[in-house]
Write a protein that binds this ligand. Sequence first.
Ligand code: MG
Ligand code: ZN
Length: 237
Amino acid sequence: MSTRVIEIHEAVQGQNDQLAARNRALFEDAGVYVINVMSAPGSGKTEFLARTLADMAVHPSQEPMDRRNRLRIAVVVGDIATDNDAKRLGVTGVDVVQITTGGYCHLDADMVAKAIAKLDLRNLDVLIIENVGNMVCPATFDLGEHARIALISVTEGEDKPLKYPTLFQRADLVVINKIDLAEAVDYKGYVVIDNISRISPEAYILEASAKTGEGMADWYLYLQTMHEQHRKLPCYV
Ligand code: MG
Ligand code: ZN
């Protein structure tokens, strides 16, 4: 890279970081816990989120006594061209805001700022941001989130974490999806988990299938716990 290219890159990142900090302050102020979900196209991100919403989400308009153990969740979905994923998630009855990036292969903090302006953040427990399917640049753009989830599937090969280290280094949670296909694709869980742990020793790792529901309870417990902890933490923003 030339010096000029590096300078432009740093300016873009600097501006994004400022906007991300502004988003984060808004999230803190509203008391909403925000997660940024990243994966390659085809890992089952939308299916994973659709099941999560069906099992865990309640619309904010629901009376508190009818919420049981559910969370008030809304979703921001990023896609390059279509709104198919937003439509799939929208049938669950939660609020979904679509960002169509018009060719950009990642979400940035400015796009998220415009999307969240359409939501009443104060009436939410959790906001899920489904990033554009891409394992490279989404990892370098802070959106103001509290936690990052990297999602891969058992069909993707054991060395994925080694090929895309930035995404995994910065992930708080790694979900290995489509565990129902493990036998068919001769999935070697110990190799994948070892590779993730080498790149990201702190990351929490879980195996799940959004299709059969296997392992999803672990993810729901994680989400509940993180949301509870966040609500109790004193805020210094
Ligand atoms: Mg999707
Ligand atoms: Zn990109």
